[in-house]
Each structure stands twice: as structure tokens, then as C-alpha cells.
Ligand binder design. Structure first.
Ligand code: ASP
Ligand code: MG
Length: 418
């Protein structure tokens, strides 16, 4: 049994659906397919949510553009066969419209998951119906019936034994292709949850674990995992293989290749992960698996843009010691703010965070009760695994270094463009 995952980019235009049909071997019966929302739909749904919560009057026009986008997508790909799929998807449009017509009374994070999950609900219907008209019979499974999570909305954790029970109860007729949504799940009260942005990879690996799959393939618009983001650097090269450990490290430092949580479930059951191009499916891609030899890689560059450096020092002249640190970390955790790089001296603690945090002001305010706080935005965090002096010079040239850290394999720089 295999698992395939198709991300938003792989289905962003109707004509790409035929690539996918070509990838799926019609004889391949025992296959699970995980799909993300089409293109940038999740971003549009986030805009819809914000407009709805802030009671802006553009909420219905945002909804309309999401609806039209999907309707046009269906008409273009299904042509004369559109009717059935349009009827199926209309049910979702109606319930989304009803939802945003009510007063937003629930907690932001709960509403977020409820609204954003429509992206995958819509794409999975389209995907499943398209396969059907192309003769690939399949069963669509609502991920919210199997991916059972805790109630930590927007970053929910699987409740593995419960998910396993649900999977075991399914009638998994091995003759079939199963399709389900990535990224979304539900808590034990059937309330929608999500696994964090870009979380569909994680769904694929969780399913692989739960179903004891033989492999997972993530189909992407790049040839595999690269040593740098090909959109930012022209020297980007494909890496042929990685160990689970190395893949976790790269994802942790912010490589956008795979969702950081993806690897662990696969490692636990020794399931290989392939990252391949849906444009050139015959090419090798990257394989991530257990390696019993040491990897000696070329330098791998990971760039995180839009960083804010926060510098914190106690008002009462106390040192930055355990007690202050636990207060500071407690506040970062409270506001769900991830620290990308941090450093402390006797009198101050500094850390960079992503500049997209809607809790930023609240965090700063609460820190300011006991600390002097300064911050500096517009920074970049560069990580180089397997660094060489040459690779460091290449990346830090013309940049002012604000924080620098080196370990045996990894060099990291928080920098400002000059
Ligand atoms: N659609 C979700 C997102 O864009 C999940 C995913 O693509 O993996 O974040
Ligand atoms: Mg996506």
C-alpha cells in the first residue's frame, strides 16, 4: 500500500490534473491519496476569516471570489461533465456562506479551523470526481473521521490510539483508491481542527504510519529536495538522498521542503519518503530513509525571511538567569510564538521570530511589564548545514550580522541587508 500526497501547487490549474492522472497507474489499486487545497486557497480563506471576524463588508465578495475560482476550475477541467461536481460542491459553498452570515462568537482559532478546512474539503471533492470521470474509481474519506486530534486548534496533535481505532474500523477494500484531505482533522467532539500551515505532508505520513504503508511520495513542482530554494538561488541542486535525521534537521531550520512533523512517524516504522516532481515523474527525486552510512552533503542553505529580532532585558538589573528565562519562554509559549534563533548574555536575551504573528503586540506588551524590550524587523535568518568558509562568505557578504552561531555542522546568521 502506497501513499501519494499532492500539494496545492500540483493542482493549482485545471490542466495540471492530467499530470496526476498520468502519475496514477490505473493498475495501482491499493493507494491512498492526500490532497491539499487548490493553489493559494488557504490564504484566501484566511482573508475571508479575518474579514468575517473584523466584520468588514468585503466578506461576501471574498467568499464570492473563492466560489467563482472553484466553479471555473471545475468547468474548465470537467467541461461537459461539470454538473454533478458543481452540485456536490454547492453544498459546501452554502454552508460556508451560512457560517459567515452568523455573528463570529467562537474563539478565533476554532473559527480558523472551521473556515480554513473548506479549502481541502472542496479540493478533495474535485479531485475524487475528476479521477472518477477518468475511470479511476475511488472512495473519498473525510479526514475528520480518521485524523482525530486534540483541541489545540491551528496546530493540533494527533491522538494516535484514537486515529488508529478509526482507521481499523474502515472497510479498507484493498481494490480501491482512497482519497482524503490533508491538513485537517477533528477533535473527539467532531469539531474541525488543523495541523498547522502546510500540514498535508504530515497527514500523509500519519496515514502511512497508521496503515503500515510501504512508502510515501510527495509530488512537488521541484525535482526533489534541493540544497537551496530554487526560487531564491540559481545554484540550487537536488539532493539524491537524506537520512530521516538530516531531513528533520533541515525542516526544523525552516527548509520549506517538508513539514517538520512529517518525518518522525515514518522513521518509527522505517517507511521511505520520496519527494518527486509531478512534472517529470520518471525522474528519481529525493529519497529519505534509514541510511547506515554517513552523509557528506554539499552545503545546504535555508533562508527565513521577514524576521524580527526581539531583545529583552530585565528592568530591575537582575541577570538573565533561570527565573527570568522561564518567564520569557512562558510568554512566548502563551502567545504561540516560535523562536527561530536565540541567544543570551548576562543582561539580555534576544531571539528572532517570524514577522506574521497576530499576537505580536500582546506579547510585547506583556513582556514590557517586567522587561525593557526592543525590536528590529526586516531581518533574514540564514542557516547553512555542512558549511564551508566559502559558503559562509557567499551568504553573509553585503549583510550586517546581528547574531552568529556555529556548531560542528551548522552555521546560522541573523542578518540585515546593507
Ligand atoms: N492547504 C494548507 C496550507 O496551504 C495545507 C497544505 O498545503 O499542506 O497550508
Ligand atoms: Mg498548500
Amino acid at each position: 500500500m502506497k501513499i501519494y500526497k499532492f500539494g496545492g501547487a500540483s493542482i493549482k490549474e485545471p490542466k495540471l490534473l492530467d499530470n496526476i492522472i498520468n502519475i496514477i497507474n490505473p493498475k495501482e489499486k491499493n493507494l491512498w491519496i492526500v490532497v491539499s487545497a487548490i493553489g493559494k486557497t488557504t490564504n484566501s480563506l484566511e482573508n475571508l476569516l479575518n474579514s468575517y471576524i473584523n466584520n468588514q463588508n468585503d466578506k461576501f465578495s471574498i467568499l464570492e471570489s473563492i466560489i467563482n475560482f472553484h466553479k471555473n476550475y471545475i468547468k474548465e477541467s470537467f467541461k461537459n461533465n461539470s454538473k454533478n461536481t458543481l452540485t456536490l460542491i454547492q453544498v459546501l459553498f452554502n454552508s460556508l456562506e451560512k457560517l459567515i452570515s452568523q455573528k463570529p462568537e467562537k474563539d478565533y482559532d476554532i473559527l480558523y479551523d472551521e473556515i480554513v478546512s473548506y479549502g481541502e474539503l472542496m479540493s478533495s471533492i474535485i479531485f475524487s470526481e475528476y479521477l472518477k470521470i477518468k475511470g479511476l474509481n475511488n472512495t473519498l474519506i473525510d479526514a475528520r473521521e480518521i485524523i482525530i486530534t486534540n483541541s489545540n486548534h491551528r496546530d493540533a496533535k494527533l491522538i494516535w490510539p484514537e486515529a488508529q481505532k478509526r482507521i481499523n474500523k474502515l472497510n479498507k477494500n484493498s481494490d480501491k483508491i482512497f482519497i482524503t484531505q490533508g491538513f485537517i482533522g477533528a477533535n473527539q467532539d467532531n469539531i474541525s481542527t488543523s495541523l498547522g500551515r502546510e500540514g498535508s505532508d504530515y497527514t500523509a505520513s500519519a496515514l502511512a504510519y497508521l496503515l503500515n504503508a510501504e512508502s510515501v511520495t510527495i509530488w512537488k513542482d521541484v525535482p526533489g529536495i534541493m540544497n537551496a530554494d530554487p526560487n531564491c538561488f540559481d545554484f540550487a541542486e537536488k539532493l539524491d538522498e537524506l537520512s530521516y535525521y538530516e531531513a528533520i534537521e533541515l525542516a526544523f531550520y525552516g527548509a520549506k521542503v517538508i513539514h517538520p512533523k512529517t518525518i518522525k512517524p515514518l522513521e518509527n516504522k522505517n517507511i521511505p519518503l520520496y519527494v518527486k516532481s509531478f512534472i517529470n515523474p520518471q525522474n528519481e527525486g529525493t529519497i529519505i530513509k534509514n541510511l547506515n552510512y554517513k552523509l557528506d552533503l554539499i552545503p545546504v542553505f535555508i533562508l527565513k525571511q521577514n524576521q524580527i529580532l526581539i531583545s529583552i532585558s530585565p528592568k530591575d538589573f537582575s541577570f538573565i538567569v533561570e527565573e527570568n528565562m522561564s518567564k520569557i519562554f512562558g510568554l512566548f509559549a502563551k502567545y504561540k510564538t516560535k523562536l527561530n534563533i536565540s541567544q543570551n548574555s548576562a543582561l539580555s536575551f534576544s531571539a528572532s521570530i517570524d514577522d506574521n504573528n497576530r499576537n505580536f503586540e500582546k506579547l510585547i506588551e506583556e513582556l514590557q511589564e517586567e522587561f525593557f524590550v526592543k525590536y528590529n524587523s526586516g531581518l533574514e535568518l540564514i542557516t547553512i548545514r555542512y558549511y564551508t568558509e566559502e559558503s559562509i562568505n557567499k551568504m553573509t557578504k553585503n549583510r550586517k550580522i546581528l547574531i552568529e552561531q556555529r556548531s560542528r555542522k551548522t552555521a546560522r546568521f541573523l542578518v540585515k541587508m546593507r
